[in-house]
Design a protein around this ligand. Structure first.
Ligand code: CO
Length: 421
């Protein structure tokens, strides 16, 4: 099966999309865009996608939270069969890169065009999807569209989210014309593929064309509070202090040591980070009275996460005993590791082999819409190389030939799954 992915056509689509919300730096190394959900740039990006889907012969549907789905029902397909769908998102973080999201969305469309031109005869409909507000930050915490479509978040709840200006998602979608009334339900799909930029350097270092994700890591966020006693930094003798920040410093190192121990002993992909500290009263001449620490723990194995979290709790108990501080520990956010479908991974590897492309297995440390879709149907996440692993930055870059190579793997995988008996 030779699939003529058109690298120039794919590039034109990504370049055209990059113009919506473009940020100018006067530096050819920087290509930024700000495409926040509900903005005029977001409307323009959606309009262009819908036009390109229709031009390619896909029927366009929009659901109540603005997810967009184009569906190709070829003559060879049973129109009632469960579709094979691929896509990603068009929104960005402020001053984000031009590939994060749009590559996967337009690669899915390019894959459909390549299949048509190659005369592939799918037995199932093939869809191209763009999920709303993947990045979060404008409305909610991210993965919004895929969370609503898969039933994790209620549509009414999501539509009531407000942006910084106090406008609800529902009103914003009405304003830009993307509050639809079609049903988009991934539970009715046979399979879902998302191609995304890797945002790390594994593929670059391996010289690989594509990554086939085995598991999306689980994520836990914990909040630790350490209370000592705020006091005068000059008048309080060293022996009379209960310094919350000195205690918190040991906590930071204990979490790091626990993560390193898990990496050495059982799981190389485990990570533990104390990423935020809020010190009170945070004044040079006052012994710190209170510290709030934010902890992020991730791995492909639930056991590793639990081991690091347990070590964080033990660290706090030790600090209570040894330093006389009071501590509290909460765990407000928890997502289990999500394994990707073996059937779809096998199809991706077969497609890479047939196209003479090098595809390697790896895990994803970041969450993507595929993580939500995997709750309700077979899902697969494919990666294209990211130069220096940079993303969420105007310096994010994936070479155009790398975009095309990864899209070739995606197209081959979609063609295999959509023509399977
Ligand atoms: Co993304």
């Amino acid at each position: 099966m030779d699939l003529p992915v058109d690298a120039d056509r794919l590039r034109d689509d990504i370049e055209a999309n990059a113009a919506f919300g473009r940020v100018e730096y006067g530096d050819p190394e920087k290509r930024g865009r700000t495409n926040r959900t509900g903005s005029e740039a977001n409307r323009a990006a959606r309009d262009r996608l819908a036009e390109r889907l229709e031009e390619a012969g896909l029927d366009v549907a929009v659901d109540e939270v603005g997810n967009v789905l184009g569906t190709w029902v070829p003559d060879s397909a049973d129109p009632t069969a469960a579709p094979v769908v691929s896509g990603s998102h068009l929104d960005s973080v402020p001053e984000g890169g031009i590939f994060d999201g749009p590559l996967g969305t337009y690669a899915a469309l390019e894959a459909v065009r390549a299949m048509r031109e190659a005369g592939v005869e799918p037995t199932r409909p093939v869809g191209v999807v763009s999920f709303t507000e993947e990045e979060g930050g404008t409305y909610g915490n991210g993965l919004l569209g895929s969370s609503v479509a898969t039933g994790v978040t209620g549509a009414d709840e999501a539509l009531a989210y407000e942006n910084d200006a106090g406008e609800t998602l529902g009103d914003a979608l009405d304003r830009i014309g993307y509050r639809g009334d079609d049903a988009i339900d991934p539970a009715t799909w046979d399979a879902f593929y998302e191609l995304h930029v890797e945002q790390d350097t594994v593929l670059e270092e391996a010289g690989a064309d594509a990554g086939v994700v085995t598991t999306i890591t689980g994520i836990t966020h914990c909040e630790a509070t350490i209370e000592g006693e705020a006091n005068h930094a000059g008048a309080t003798a060293m022996g009379d202090r209960t310094d919350a920040l000195a205690a918190a410093s040991e906590f930071v190192l204990d979490v790091e040591a626990a993560a390193n121990a898990v990496v050495d002993e059982s799981s190389a992909s485990a990570v533990g980070t104390v990423g935020s500290l809020s010190v009170s009263p945070n004044a040079t001449n006052v012994v710190p009275g209170r510290v709030d620490a934010g902890v992020d723990v991730r791995d492909v194995e639930t056991e590793s996460i639990e081991t690091i979290v347990a070590a964080a709790r033990e660290s706090l108990a030790r600090l209570e005993r040894e330093r006389g501080v009071e501590t509290a520990f909460e765990r407000p956010f928890d997502v289990a590791p999500t394994p990707m479908s073996d059937r779809l991974r096998d199809a991706a590897h077969a497609a890479a082999d047939a196209a003479d492309r090098v595809a390697i297995d790896l895990h994803s440390g970041a969450a993507h819409d595929a993580m939500r879709v995997a709750r309700v149907t077979d899902a697969s996440l494919l990666f294209a190389p990211s130069r220096d692993g940079i993303s969420h930055s105007p310096r994010e870059w994936t070479a155009w030939e790398d975009c095309a190579a990864a899209t070739e793997v995606l197209a081959g995988a979609l063609a295999r799954v959509a023509t399977a008996e």
